[in-house]
Each structure stands twice: as C-alpha cells, then as structure tokens.
Design a protein. Structure first.
Length: 347
C-alpha cells in the first residue's frame, strides 16, 4: 500500500489575511467606541447647557467615561440639578451605563444614596440597598423613565421639615408615553411597599403605626404641555392647556385598613392645589371619622354625619364614598377633612 500523503500546511498568506482582518476589525471597533465616547460627552454638555439656558442649575465636579469595548460607563462625582422653584436633586456619585448596541438606553445607579431638596421643606437624604433608574426612548414625550429603590430610608436634614415617608421596603415609579393611537397622553404608575409613614388627619388615624403600602395607576392627558423653566411653571402650562389625570386604580393600605381609589379625575388649580373628584372605598371609615371628631380635628356632630353617610352606602366591610378636592379643601361626603394636596407652591 502506498504511504498516505502528508497533510497540506495552511498557507502563511491565509494566516496573515485572517490576522490582518482581525486587526482591522479591532481598530474599526475601537474607533467607533472612541467616537461614541466623544458623542456621549458632547451630548451631555449640550443637554446641560440647554437646561442652564432654561433656568436650571446643572453640574458635576468630575466626569469619567469608560467601559471599552462593549459598554459606555459614565460616572459623575457630586452631580446636581436644581430648578428655579427650589426643587433640587444631588448625588455624591452617579453611575450610568449603556451598551454599544443600544446607546440610547441608560441604566443609572446611586449606590451612595442621593438627596432631594423641597422648596419649603428642605433637604431629605435617601439611602438604600438599591437605588437605580432607567431612561430610554429619549425622543418620546415623555421619555420612558423607571425608578426602583429597595430598603430605603428618608432622613430630613437638621432643621428641615419632616418627610411623610420614613422607610420603605420597596419603591417603584414608571412613566411611559401612551401608544400613538391614544394621543397626547402618558401613563404613570407608583408603588410603595411596607413603608413607615408620618401621616396626619384621616390617613394618619386609619394607618396608625402600621406599615403602609401605596399603589397608583393614572393617565396624564396633554403631556406635551408639561414644559417650563421650573416645576410650578410646567404644571401651570399643563393645567392651562386642559391637562388632567384620570385615575384608573389606586389605594393606601395600612394593616387591615384600606382607602381604595376606584376611579376619578384630577387637575391643578391656580392655587397650586389638586382639584377634582375620586370615587373611593374605605374600610373602617366610620371608626376613623369618629376618632377625628373625638380628638377635635373636626366637630363631633359632623364626624357622626359623615360616618352615617358612609355607613348608608356600606357593603360588606367596605364603605363607598366620594372624595372631593375643591377650593383648597379635601372633603369626604359633606365633611371637610383636610387641605387639598399641594402640587406646587404658588409664587
């Protein structure tokens, strides 16, 4: 039998071609990443300058951009933004990340916590096991925004007013543009799980010292009208354009007590307070209203009248009632129980 022929060796030229193509690919990808890095910095600078011209204070102490070869990682030290009305947000370290194949989808994290400042109440420091957000679809109105916090604590600065929420096991917030066939509308969803709160009035009487949970699902019309140099001017522009929030579902739970929102529509008046009507379900409402009357928050006879109204419409352990926000007051049936929620501070 003849000896088999020796295997042919791979041509050196082919090896050189493969290696050369690999080097070209690496060089091209590296150049693309460097361009994307520069574009990211340029767009951040342009966005910050646009906000400054609109009246915002925006800045950071230092900025680094890394993540080569497949990501864009942006780290801002002492990042801050503040509007003219006094609302502000600061973070000692803010990290952002986007993949090269999806450069308009960003995930943000504040591992060292953040601080938000209220125009009247003052700063509140927020710490947690997890504080992160995502931002995408930047050309939408509004862009897609999500926030998630786990094991959060809310600590007012020395001398600042108390904040209604002290701790929360989990907080989520989502803002989305409605489908194009719906029109100029956005969906907003908020969830607070097992929070410890400082509530006053009716809610405080119902909740007591028990953990609370909050859920809110609404739709905001005329969302493109939410524009302005600060929060008050943006809300006023939206209100003047006829903007309203329709409530699909909501509620506050504290132990076995419940305030559920079945439906409703809300707006904002010229006084900066909410106006509108909510159809609500209340568990233990008669007892809570009676407690308000006994403590002198509202006259006892009016509390008893409101309790009678609630009991007349009671089914099972729930009482149906109407919550009105009008002329700066919140009324349950015929009884004024508290000021209407303040959306912004009028100038």
């Amino acid at each position: 039998m003849p000896d088999p022929s020796a295997p042919r060796k791979l041509s050196r030229l082919r090896l050189y071609i493969v290696f050369g193509l690999f080097l070209v690919l690496v060089a091209g990808w590296s150049a693309t990443w460097v361009w994307a890095r520069g574009e990211t910095q340029a767009r951040m600078d342009a966005g910050a300058e646009m906000l400054r011209r609109a009246g915002y204070e925006v800045g950071w102490k230092a900025r680094t951009v890394g993540g080569y070869p497949f990501r864009l990682n942006v780290t801002l030290t002492e990042a801050r933004i503040r509007d003219r009305s006094g609302w502000a947000l600061e973070a000692p370290k803010l990290e952002g990340q986007a993949f090269m194949h999806a450069p308009t989808t960003w995930v943000l994290a504040a591992q060292d916590g953040l601080t938000f400042t209220r125009p009247v109440g003052g700063p509140v420091a927020v710490k947690g096991k997890l504080i992160r957000a995502s931002l995408s679809h930047l050309t939408n109105t509004p862009p897609n925004l999500s926030f998630e916090g786990v094991e959060l604590t809310f600590t007012p600065a020395p001398g600042a007013n108390p904040f209604s929420l002290q701790t929360a096991e989990r907080v989520e917030f989502h803002l989305r543009q409605a489908p194009s066939e719906v029109g100029d509308e956005a969906g907003v969803w908020l969830s607070v799980k097992n929070g410890k709160a400082q509530l006053s009035g009716l809610l405080g009487r119902i909740a007591g010292d028990k953990p609370i949970s909050v859920e809110w699902d609404g739709r905001i019309s005329k969302i493109s009208a939410v524009r302005g140099s600060d929060w008050p001017s943006a809300v006023r522009a939206w209100s003047q354009a006829g903007g309203r929030m329709s409530v699909k579902r909501g509620g506050l739970t504290a132990g076995d007590a419940l305030i559920g929102v079945n439906s409703g529509s809300l707006g904002v008046g010229t006084d900066g307070r909410a106006n509108g009507v909510l159809d609500v379900s209340l568990r233990q409402a008669p007892r809570a209203l009676s407690a308000l009357g006994q403590t002198g928050t509202i006259p006892a006879d009016r509390a008893e009248a409101a309790a009678a109204v609630a009991q007349a419409r009671e089914t099972g352990d729930l009482a149906r009632a109407t919550l009105n926000f009008e002329a700066g007051q919140t009324t349950l049936g015929p009884v004024a129980i508290a000021p209407a929620p303040k959306v912004y501070e009028p100038r």
